[in-house]
Design a protein around this ligand. Structure first.
Ligand SMILES: N[C@@H](CCC[C@H](N)C(=O)O)C(=O)O
Length: 282
């Protein structure tokens, strides 16, 4: 049966999401329903879906059952462990929807990568504790067209591979198709691919090809991966970077092995949509 849903549309540095409130765990969208919601022509249009659901409804969740869980899906219907821009938008949504007290300063949420803690910033936006990224030596290769770079694999709860490229190349990269990586079995579950170039003291510019989406205007976990890889290249463990992406800028702090991501997030409209049960294209 088709389902009528209320939704919010939000974004963080133009990485955009359909946000759903599901307090009684009654709407677990199928991959086809996620694809419909994210379809920019036939549906709402977004890079992913964020479902706010109490963690007790998530199979396998071993943490506190009363937490709000950010159930994230990519636009192609696949599940991902984490979404950095999504956490900020999720926190803004929780407050706007009255799902957390209006005067709360920080919220701990569940994700498939574990808990994350977001703090509302006085000037707007959210700062998120992003866990402890695991950075590998540059042992994989990533290719776009005829160009190949060594890349570091970085685990930010979800998988990333970060390549440093020169500024002209960054501008002209063709990310309309998924870049290739080698060895081909390096990322059994796929990977998000970041391309970065330094643009000033502690400033990076980044483009990204996201697993399950394609090129997006921003990827929060990707910016944390980029900062972590760049810091590792320079033997730094304590560092702070502004990362510029096509959709804006975010700040990444690395301190004692922990990473923090700060940036804007907003809900831009609300709506109602009837979601078909099955694939909507014939
Ligand atoms: N845009 C997100 C990352 C979303 C998940 C990613 N595509 C994956 O499959 O791991 C972010 O802001 O981190």
């Amino acid at each position: 049966m088709p389902v009528q849903l209320e939704f919010a549309k939000g974004h963080g540095t133009m990485n955009d999401f359909v946000v759903l409130s599901d307090p009684d765990g009654s709407f677990d969208p199928s991959p086809a329903q996620v694809r419909f919601l994210c379809d920019r022509r036939a549906g709402v249009g977004a890079d992913g879906v964020l479902r706010a659901v109490p963690a007790r409804f998530i199979e396998g969740w071993a943490g506190k059952p009363e937490l709000w869980f950010m159930d994230y899906r990519n636009a192609d219907g696949s599940l991902a462990e984490m979404c950095g821009n999504g956490v900020r938008v999720f926190l803004v949504f929780l407050k706007a929807a009255g799902l957390v007290p209006a005067d709360v300063e920080s919220v701990t949420i569940g994700t498939r990568a574990g808990v994350r803690i977001g703090t509302y910033l006085p000037a707007g936006g959210v700062r998120v504790w992003m866990g402890r990224p695991a950075v590998e030596e540059p042992a994989v290769e990533v290719s776009v067209g005829s160009h190949t770079w060594r890349a570091r694999a970085v685990d930010v709860g979800n998988p990333h591979a970060v390549s440093v490229v020169d500024a002209d190349r960054l501008r002209s990269l063709d990310l309309t198709r998924m870049p290739a990586w080698s060895p081909s079995d390096a990322f059994a579950n796929g990977v998000n691919l970041e391309f970065i170039t330094p643009v000033g003291a502690n400033e990076l510019r980044m483009r990204v090809f996201e697993r399950g989406v394609g090129e997006t205007f921003s990827c929060g976990t990707g910016t944390v991966a980029a900062a972590s890889a760049f810091a590792a290249d320079h033997g730094e463990t304590e560092a702070e970077y502004v990362v510029h992406v096509p959709g804006g800028s975010v700040r990444v702090e690395l301190a004692g092995g922990d990473a923090y991501l700060s940036g804007p997030a907003e809900i831009v409209y609300h709506g109602t949509i009837v979601v078909p049960e099955e694939e909507h294209r014939g």
